[in-house]
Design a protein around this ligand. Sequence first.
Ligand SMILES: [Zn+2]
Length: 344
Amino acid sequence: MKSFTCARNALTIAISNPQLRYFSAAGTQSYRGPLDGSAPLASPMQNEIEWLTTFFQQSKNVLVLTGAGISTSSGIPDYRGPNGSYKRGHKPMTHSEFMTSESSRKRFWARSMVGWQNVSDATPNNAHFALAKLEAAGRCAGVITQNVDRLHFKAGSTNVIDLHGRVDQVRCQCCKKPMPRNEWQYAMTSANASFMENMKQMQKEKKLQLDSAAAKNTNLRADGDAELNLEDYSMINVPSCGSCGGILKLDVVMFGDNVPADLVGRAYEHVDRCDSLLVVGTSLEVFSAYRFVRRAHQNSAKIAIVNYGETRAERDKLASIVFKSDANCAELLHEVANQVVGYK
Ligand SMILES: [Zn+2]
């Protein structure tokens, strides 16, 4: 029988019993602690801090896989969460629609031009900082992220695989030359000055809500796409690549496109080296990320999950899952990093 030892109170928990393996949101009725019948810890969250701290302490090489849930505290909306854009009927543009339709590209860039500033201004939260702190201390081997917001990079993490690309860069689809998003934004806003004035006026009149930190009805999407619902985008001017005249695209993997093979290969190398995988803020519904969890499971790595709501890995009852928490990942990881690395 495998066991998971909680060092600080010498609590040994049999993890082969599914009744003892899962934690739920702190304070909810489904919380099951204390697990050994002893006096309760200070709070359900305290128990989860102990478990996850032990997970790091007992691992030699922890890899972290993150999704939209880690960035919602930074004001970046998610797709599938309780207030996610999919629940409100949002359908992202596909790669082939973008590449084959000029009118679709005008619509895409008009919306992206309006939403960019809010995404650009987003700052990392305690979850991003905690992972950067763990990496700097040699306790986290790296991060594979499905997010395109670059907040791991902004927090100081260096070994990051941006699985689905990055929103702070555009790339010519012909000559492959990259361009910083800020430079592209300047070119776009210069070419569409009166349109941008109209959009600013709409924000002033509260007809357009882009401040997503607390707004359930934000018009902003995770990739900086602002829902405008205009009838006509034909007036939008979209510059071409200055080098070859090709189509410029946000440097992200759009729906219907594939993650570049070299990135997938590098991600698998990370997974094959790790003895533990921590999943944060993702329901794992997208297979391009879930395949790495399955690989870790096949390698018999331990898997810990911090996500609000059930994940695909739990539905599939992967036996490698040793810990699950529905807690706020920013609060939990902040405390765990302090326990593992030390308070400063
Ligand atoms: Zn080009």
